[in-house]
Design a protein around this ligand. Structure first.
Ligand code: C5P
Length: 220
């Protein structure tokens, strides 16, 4: 494939969205926030009252994922024409996304949709399985991580800044539960893939992380 990909995977709130977005902007590349696609599916599932634990709902979820009317336009995200940019960021949507993400057939339906972002001069993609499953031929694979405490503190600060109420202990517990689900699932579990550069950014600034990733890419 002639269009290069930088794959940035890692746990929730590791800062990969911020880093991937910045690297994409600085290189003039496209950006894929793959978690947003899972979150849009989650918002659609919640709106339809569908739950993955029910056999008959699961069939409907498959159909929903196969034809998910999601659109990314000018930094906004739409589901069936409705702007869901903010609502997909709720804790409820995140938790549902991670429950849906354990189901192989649903992941399969979302595969091509993610690969469609590979256009123009290049792509920076962030998620859990960008380097392992979606773009195994990525030019650079990064596994960006930070301690659970650091990630919980960041998420806590974000929520406070947004004027939402937030309890650090609850956030930490939720984050650890989500890590566990993402790490232990049978399909596309969260772990550094073959060939990934592991970067623990607990004590790094955003600039330092962006520059490290760009330097690796230029050497790759
Ligand atoms: O990254 P974000 O927190 O937005 O992702 C929400 C959930 O979607 C994750 O907890 C994970 O379960 C799932 N996900 C995934 N594979 C991806 C991106 C997200 O399984 N590539």
């Amino acid at each position: 494939h002639s269009i290069p990909v930088i794959a940035i995977d890692g746990p929730t709130a590791s800062g990969k969205g911020t880093i991937a977005g910045r690297v994409a902007r600085e290189l003039g590349y496209n950006y894929l926030d793959s978690g947003a696609i899972y979150r849009v599916l989650a918002v659609a599932a919640l709106a339809h009252g569908l739950f993955p634990e029910s056999e008959s709902d699961l069939r409907k979820l498959d159909a929903l994922a196969a034809s998910l009317p999601v659109e990314f336009r000018a930094d906004r995200i739409y589901l069936g024409g409705k702007d869901v940019t903010e609502s997909i960021r709720s804790e409820e949507a995140g938790t549902m996304a991670s429950r849906l993400a354990v189901i192989p057939s649903l992941r399969g339906h979302l595969l091509q949709r993610q690969r469609d972002f590979r256009r123009g001069s290049g792509l920076v993609a962030d998620g859990r399985d960008m380097g392992s499953v979606v773009f195994p031929d990525a030019a650079l694979k990064v596994f960006l991580t930070a301690s659970a405490q650091t990630r919980a503190e960041r998420r806590h600060r974000q929520l406070i800044e947004r004027g939402e109420s937030a309890d650090l202990a609850v956030i930490l517990a939720d984050l650890q539960a989500r890590d566990k689900r993402d790490t232990e699932r049978a399909v596309a579990p969260l772990k550094p893939c073959e060939g990934a550069h592991v970067l623990d950014c607990s004590d790094m600034s955003i600039d330092e992380v962006v520059n490290t990733v760009k330097a690796w890419y230029l050497k790759a």
